[in-house]
Write a protein that binds this ligand. Structure first.
Ligand SMILES: [Fe+2]
Length: 231
């Protein structure tokens, strides 16, 4: 199965933020991404998080996410959106997936592989990110035991998706606090082939313990950050 991937669109009304993020342009880039996913026959699209960026007014954030939802729904391509820190600093999960009208992660089969989605929008204290929060460097995945059980029950290969970084080569401030434990679980399972991540905007690729770590470059900073992979 072909899967379309993009990450860190950071869509908002701002023309440019942080000098390099072209936020408002991302809606058109998402449209173009879905044109390509349809043209290439993708059976699924995955957004690796930070679909939207913050606005001063929550009504505006809802409007922005509604526009993105219309593009996704209009495409006809089944889609999963992993929440990123910017999404979770603006929306609770229920509101986020409610406005999107679906796209909630759940384990899926794609050809020979199982697709497993991790949510690291938690602080190390065990508290889930909530609207109004802002410390993106405090990131933690609370589901180690559940991940181990889930991987043990999968026949064939698994591909993991998570917004924040598990790759040990990415700087510590972007990395999930228990990234080493996640890598150990993935390695011990013997079935994880690739871990896809976003969050670190330049993007990166590495191999560690026999697993490929692919960090997608941010859509908001480039014109070509749209990918199609085959499972
Ligand atoms: Fe992020």
């Amino acid at each position: 199965m072909k899967i379309g991937l993009f990450s860190d669109s950071h869509y908002s009304s701002q023309t440019v933020t942080c000098g390099v993020r072209y936020n408002s342009r991302s809606l058109e880039k998402i449209r173009l991404a879905y044109d390509r996913f349809r043209a290439e026959g993708c059976g699924l699209a995955v957004c690796l998080g930070d679909l939207i960026d913050r606005e001063e007014d929550h009504g505006r954030e809802i409007e922005n996410l509604t526009r993105v939802a219309a593009v996704i729904r209009g495409s006809g391509v089944p889609t999963v959106c992993v929440m990123g820190n910017h999404d979770a600093f603006a929306f609770s999960p229920d509101e986020f997936y409610g406005v999107l009208g679906g796209c909630r992660p759940r384990t899926l089969r794609a050809g020979a592989a199982a697709l497993v989605f991790l949510d690291a929008c938690w602080s190390e204290s065990g508290r889930r990110y909530a609207p109004g929060d802002g410390d993106w460097t405090d990131t933690w995945f609370p589901g180690e035991a559940g991940l181990e059980r889930e991987l043990a029950g999968i026949s064939g290969e698994a591909i993991l998706f998570v917004h924040q970084n598990v790759d040990p080569e990415i700087s510590e401030d972007h990395r999930v606090a228990n990234a080493a434990a996640i890598r150990r679980i993935a390695e011990r399972s013997g079935i994880v082939r690739t871990v896809y991540q976003g969050h670190y905007h330049p993007g990166h690729r590495s191999v560690c313990g026999g697993i490929r770590y692919v960090t997608l470059p941010a859509m908001c900073e480039r014109e070509d950050a749209v990918f199609v992979v085959e499972t």
